[in-house]
Design a protein around this ligand. Structure first.
Ligand SMILES: CC(C)(COP(=O)(O)OP(=O)(O)OC[C@H]1O[C@@H](n2cnc3c(N)ncnc32)[C@H](O)[C@@H]1OP(=O)(O)O)[C@@H](O)C(=O)NCCC(=O)NCCS
Length: 144
């Protein structure tokens, strides 16, 4: 997803609002998951989020999302966020987010998600790491 940062998205310093970035992360993550599952989804969790650099009005915000692993009724997606200066093309990564979505039907009942084909060594590693993050997330949830 690519979007230009407009004044309406920004704080008084001329930088995109954190909440706006979070909204776009949710949308970009949901799109990848919808395209994988072709199902209705709800956001179950968003892991902790860092903002490494600000993105100023007039710059582009670029979001790249990728399903990392499918569990049973849930799946994890990674969203990388970049800024790109329109005039120079200089690109910087500003955030990386992991979100979990749960597949539901129209009655709100959870249902299994289509498995993810994991073929390469890199894809296997990414999925193993997703399993570890999931365990941590569920432990944190149980502490709430
Ligand atoms: C997300 C939600 C469906 C989970 O319901 P639940 O009854 O706790 O679900 P279960 O414990 O049966 O878990 C269902 C799946 O979700 C996963 N899950 C539930 N809570 C999770 C969490 N906080 N983080 C990661 N995964 C989670 C479980 O691991 C399970 O996955 P699996 O089937 O792949 O093993 C429910 O809490 C909900 O509807 N939340 C509100 C969602 C929403 O409105 N989001 C918009 C923003 S608020």
């Amino acid at each position: 997803m690519v979007q230009v940062v407009l004044p309406n998205d920004a704080n008084p310093l001329g930088f995109i609002l954190g909440g706006t970035v979070m909204h776009l992360i949710d949308i970009a993550g949901a799109i990848a998951c919808h395209r994988h599952t072709r199902s209705l989804l709800v956001t179950a969790a968003v892991d902790d989020l860092q903002f490494l650099h600000s993105i100023k009005v007039g710059d582009l915000i670029i979001l790249k999302s990728r399903v990392t692993c499918v569990f049973t009724t849930s799946l994890e997606v990674q969203v990388d966020v970049f800024s790109e200066e329109t005039l120079t093309g200089i690109r910087q990564q500003t955030s990386r987010a992991y979100l979990t979505f749960v597949a539901i039907d129209r009655e709100g009942k959870r249902h299994p998600v289509t498995p993810l084909i994991v073929e390469t060594e890199e894809e296997r590693k990414v999925c193993d790491e997703a399993h570890a993050r999931r365990a941590l997330r569920l432990r944190r949830k149980s502490e709430i």
